[in-house]
Design a protein around this ligand. Structure first.
Ligand SMILES: Nc1ncnc2c1ncn2[C@@H]1O[C@H](COP(=O)(O)OP(=O)(O)OP(=O)(O)O)[C@@H](O)[C@H]1O
Ligand SMILES: [Mg+2]
Length: 386
């Protein structure tokens, strides 16, 4: 699929902007802080209902305004769909699909697919588990839009269970408040197991693409692999060397394991007032050969790894998603890559149905990716074909 047209109103630093994008390669050029990433972010938001930079949507609304609009005309084969998202500081957000009100905002998922690669993606490799969970969960939601509902249900159950745990801290065993906890456990286990199983499944499907992408970018064929480290098996997720990987994605097995673990940690949970096991505590272990990527591999290898994860995601979406080829967004990456990886990346992406590249310096982008240039300056655009 590709995005034909993007209209923003009161989004980030844009009051209003119209961007008519081409199939193939589009280059957004401009000095720092002018609004290049903001354009990319708007497209990514329509694909995932999440930003690659912040959690929550309030920062996307222009400062001082109460409502932001993202409107996207997306084309897949010979079909066009007009999507509109309205983000509100007060009251709930709304969505329209082909000018009709959508029942739920998340109904817009599945029309636009996008994979964004930016310097922040190094965090997936180098930093804490929340970055890896966000990576895998965004991919799951794009491939299976229905899962967006499962994630928000889980968030809700987790929040309520935590509130209950906090308030039950001083309540003696056997009281009625603890039996309420049991019923929350049922929901937590049912919904949480669906998420864990989906993560297991997607990790397996991503793996062959990851290996392929990594060896296309890096010379050393160091064999990257991904495993799911689950809090259902170990509470010691801080340790890089613990080998508590989930070996099966079977829902029933996961549910049983989850149930057992909750019993084991119940006392501790009541002491601490938080839910200690579940998908919100899980992690992906990224390996390069036998070494964990985090804390072991070099800076350059981390770049290759992060890039390979994103290219592999794009490949998986291309193969499996309803709308086909995702829009590939390369946000500020060419300036950070050496010339070998620049030209390898250029070769890998040049045939994608649509690519959006942002750069402060156009010369950092390899010449084989020559394209329509959009000059971004202080929240406004100029176009030039060269
Ligand atoms: N909610 C908001 N309201 C108003 N302005 C905002 C809001 N959010 C971000 N901005 C402004 O948008 C500007 C442009 O941000 P953006 O990240 O798109 O820049 P960029 O062109 O990608 O720059 P760089 O080359 O440094 O990555 C920033 O100066 C920021 O202050
Ligand atoms: Mg930027």
């Amino acid at each position: 699929m590709h995005v034909k047209h993007l209209t923003l109103s009161n989004f980030r630093n844009y009051q209003t902007v119209e961007l008519a994008l081409n199939q193939g390669i589009n280059l957004l050029v401009g000095k720092n802080g002018q609004g290049k990433t903001n354009l990319a972010e708007a497209i990514f938001y329509a694909a995932t209902l999440s930003s690659h930079r912040v959690s929550g949507y309030l920062p996307l609304i222009k400062q001082g305004e109460s409502k932001a609009i993202i409107r996207i005309l997306a084309r897949f084969d010979d079909r066009e769909n007009l999507l509109e998202l309205e983000l509100n500081t007060q009251g709930s957000n709304r969505a329209r699909i082909n000018k009709s009100d959508a029942t739920r905002v998340r109904d817009v998922l599945g029309y636009v697919n996008a994979v964004i690669f930016s310097p922040e993606d190094l965090d997936i490799v180098k930093r804490d588990p929340s970055n890896r969970r966000a990576f895998i969960d965004e991919l799951i939601v794009q491939l299976t839009p229905r899962m967006a509902g499962v994630y928000s249900d889980y968030e809700r159950v987790l929040k309520q269970r935590n509130t209950l745990l906090k308030s039950a801290r001083n309540i003696p065993a056997g009281s009625s408040s603890l039996s309420t906890l049991d019923s929350w456990d049922q929901s937590l286990v049912r919904i949480g197991s669906e998420i864990i199983s989906a993560r297991f499944d997607i990790t397996a499907r991503l793996s062959p693409h990851l290996q392929e992408a990594y060896s296309a970018i890096a010379d050393e064929k160091n064999d990257p692999s991904v495993k799911l480290r689950s809090s259902l098996l170990s509470n010691d997720l801080e340790s890089e060397t613990s080998v508590e990987f989930l070996e099966s994605g079977n829902r029933e097995e996961i549910e049983n394991l989850f149930q057992e673990r909750l019993k084991e940690v119940r006392t501790k949970e009541l002491e601490r007032g938080v839910t200690l096991v579940g998908p919100h505590r899980d992690d992906l272990l990224l390996l390069l050969g036998t070494l964990p990527a985090k804390g072991y591999i070099s800076h350059g290898e981390s770049w290759s790894y992060a890039l390979a994860l994103k290219l592999a995601s794009a490949e998986l979406i291309r193969k499996e998603a309803r709308a086909g080829d995702p829009v590939l967004i390369l946000d500020d990456v060419f300036a950070e890559l050496d010339s070998t990886r620049r030209s390898r990346l250029a070769a890998l992406v040049s045939h994608n149905e649509q690519v959006i590249i942002t750069a402060a310096v156009a010369e950092d982008v390899p010449s084989e990716l020559s394209a329509t240039r959009f000059y971004v300056k202080a929240g406004a655009l100029e176009v030039s074909d060269d």
